[in-house]
Design a protein around this ligand. Structure first.
Ligand code: PEP
Length: 233
């Protein structure tokens, strides 16, 4: 079983969500498919498809205007939540500490956090990918509980470029060894960044790659369904 997790970001409306989830309902796959929707699309019919959110407050409740708590997400039957996506880290200045607190809040509410890590182009060019990713993992993961790590090189997201197969394998191996060092070697590690039907099968079958996180190509069934079908369990 591989994870196929869609990230709609700030896109879509109710009709488009219904249309995609309905089309997924008829797909026969052993892969675990999850669609992470904007907050406003989390309510309503899910047509039996697992849904996720794109952020969670680190707080339980109170004066945090605009934030959404884990208890609120549960009311919408949310099972997964992205935390520390590079767009949150960049536009909302989320640090590893904040990401860790959000992941902890998710686990406390029985929601599985998908903790995103990845280097910038400058960090890659300076040869710092492994040290940056390792530090992000160690500082962002909660003390206990189950989570997923998503390796998303920031320079690959939405750019139509991906690391080579060797580069992805090397980073995923580093993440695996980092997790093994804290006795969390069974943690799934997925790859995200410009995945499409053309590269999904190859990337998903690389060593230590347990699935894919998909942005743009998850918005429509004609780009998402071929990805799901191409991945061998
Ligand atoms: C993402 O932002 O999580 C992502 C993977 O985006 P894209 O697939 O569009 O590069």
């Amino acid at each position: 079983m591989k994870y196929v997790i869609g990230n709609w970001k700030m896109n879509g409306n109710m009709a488009e969500k219904d249309s995609l989830l309905k089309s997924l309902k008829n797909v026969r796959t052993d892969n675990k498919v999850v669609i992470c929707l904007p907050f406003t699309l989390l309510c309503g019919n899910t047509f039996g498809i697992t849904i996720g959110a794109q952020d969670i407050s680190e707080h339980t409740n109170g004066a945090y205007t605009g934030d959404i708590s884990g208890a609120m997400l549960i009311e919408s039957d949310v099972k997964y939540v992205l935390v520390g996506h590079s767009e949150r880290r960049f536009y909302h200045h989320e640090t590893n500490d904040i990401v860790k607190a959000k992941a902890t809040a998710a686990i406390q509410n029985k929601i599985i956090p998908i903790i995103c890590v990845g280097e910038t182009a400058d960090e890659k060019n300076a040869g710092r990918t492994m040290s940056v990713v390792k530090k992000m993992v160690l500082e962002s993961v909660p003390k206990s509980g189950n989570y997923i790590i998503a390796y998303e090189p920031r320079w690959a997201i939405g750019k139509g470029v991906t690391p080579s197969a060797n580069e992805i394998t090397a980073v995923h191996e580093t993440i695996f060894k980092t997790l093994r060092g804290i006795k969390k070697e069974n943690t799934p590690v997925i790859y995200g960044g410009s995945v499409d039907a053309g590269n999904a099968g190859t990337i998903a079958n690389l060593p230590h790659v347990d699935g894919l996180l998909i942005g743009r190509a998850s918005l429509k069934s004609d780009t998402l369904l071929p990805i799901i079908k191409t991945i061998k369990e």
